[in-house]
Design a protein around this ligand. Structure first.
Ligand SMILES: [Mg+2]
Length: 379
């Protein structure tokens, strides 16, 4: 039984020496919201709440947790970690709709769910992946992410030196420059290396088709979010049918039903739920298992702090299959401070930790230099 009696959370913002540009906006700092839950018996767990967007989102998520959601956790007793997600999803649905904030509520619930799974796995004395599936492997395939096409010639060699063998490049800016960059990346790639592209929903159907035509013959691992996720299904179908390159998406799909519809529709070959954005471990585990049953590839989306990255690795290992872990290569101490020896990448593989839960006892002390807000709530 899990009886949560204390919830602490911290919002952080790390300055970025080089802002992270996506096709829909520029991140001028790197925010993060981290949460710690503690049970009546002293057991504890860590989670992360998505906060990349909007720019002012991190502090808002923290206040949402503090004022709207935490009281609903204290009032309940949970038999299984997944009960937290289902309880909060049900208890907050009307309020979230009422204020038009389904996403922020889902993100806070995802972070709490992650923390409660960490607590349960830690209590059981197993790494999270082996708490979920006893024979989960100790490493998962990974790729370097967040690489602007324009900077690829500098960033990819650094990522390669750090152990990466697969690289995902951000496109969706200028078509001629994007495609020239992709061709150049392939020309410089080592024989065993793989390249994926992410357009972050930038294109119309015509623009996406133009990109695919321009990179014809380049064996992209996948093309991520070429169209807006809200785009008409017939356009997604037209693109998928005409494309030899697998299409990917999921970071902007929200809810079990929407994922089930997407999996059923079959336009996406790569399904990418974000453990800190919707569903936590509970929701993303179910989606990943559905995706695998449908013969699709589960590749967790993640671009945040260290806790969510570790949780994504653990979940991918638990799910199995041929999925790849997304590892941001942009400078961000909110991520890298969690890894004393550097991120555990070897020959394109993420080496999982061997401690219980997520393997994190406490937040790295230097992180608090970036704190903007905090709360500490007890029952
Ligand atoms: Mg993406």
């Amino acid at each position: 039984m899990i009886h949560i009696t204390r919830i602490q959370a911290w919002a952080f913002r790390s300055p970025t020496p080089k802002p992270v540009a996506t096709s829909f906006g520029v991140m001028h700092d790197r925010p993060g919201v981290l949460v710690r839950v503690e049970a009546a018996d002293g057991a504890f767990g860590w989670g992360e709440i998505f906060a990349n967007w909007p720019a002012a989102g991190a502090e808002h998520r923290l206040r949402l947790l503090q004022m709207d959601i935490a009281p609903l956790v204290f009032d309940a007793r949970f038999g299984h970690p997944s009960d937290v997600f289902h309880h909060l999803d049900k208890q907050t649905r009307i309020r979230a709709v009422q204020c038009g904030e389904i996403g922020p509520f889902a993100q806070v619930i995802a972070g709490l769910d992650m923390a409660v799974w960490d607590l349960a796995a830690r209590r059981a004395g197993h790494p999270l992946r082996q708490f979920i599936r006893a024979d989960a492997p100790n490493r998962v395939a990974a790729y370097a992410s967040g690489i602007p096409a324009a900077d690829a010639s500098q960033v990819i060699p650094r990522a390669r030196a750090a152990g990466h063998r697969r690289f995902k490049v951000k496109v969706g800016f200028d078509l001629a420059q994007d495609t020239a960059a992709v061709r150049s990346i392939f020309e410089r790639a080592q024989p065993e290396e793989k390249i994926a592209c992410d357009a972050n929903q930038a294109w119309t159907l015509d623009q996406a088709q133009a990109f695919l035509k321009a990179v014809e013959g380049q064996p992209l691992l996948w093309l991520e979010e070429p169209l807006p996720m809200f785009e008409d299904e017939c356009k997604w179908r037209a693109l998928a049918e005409a494309s030899l390159i697998p299409l990917a998406g999921g970071e902007n799909i929200h809810g079990q039903a929407a994922f089930a519809e997407t999996i059923q529709a079959g336009h996406l070959a790569v399904i990418q739920p974000d453990v800190a954005k919707w569903g936590g471990i509970t929701g993303c585990l179910a989606v990943a298992q559905q995706a695998r049953s449908a013969g699709l590839r589960y590749c967790p989306h993640f671009l945040g702090a260290g806790l969510g990255l570790i949780a994504s690795a653990e979940l991918l290992a638990a799910v199995g299959g041929d999925g790849l872990l997304e590892v941001d290569v942009n400078e961000n101490p909110l991520r890298t401070l969690f890894f004393d020896q550097g991120e555990p990448i070897e020959a394109g593989q993420w080496i999982c930790h061997s401690d219980s839960g997520l393997g994190v006892q406490q937040l790295p002390e230097p992180l608090f230099a970036f704190q903007t807000s905090a709360c500490d709530i007890s029952q």
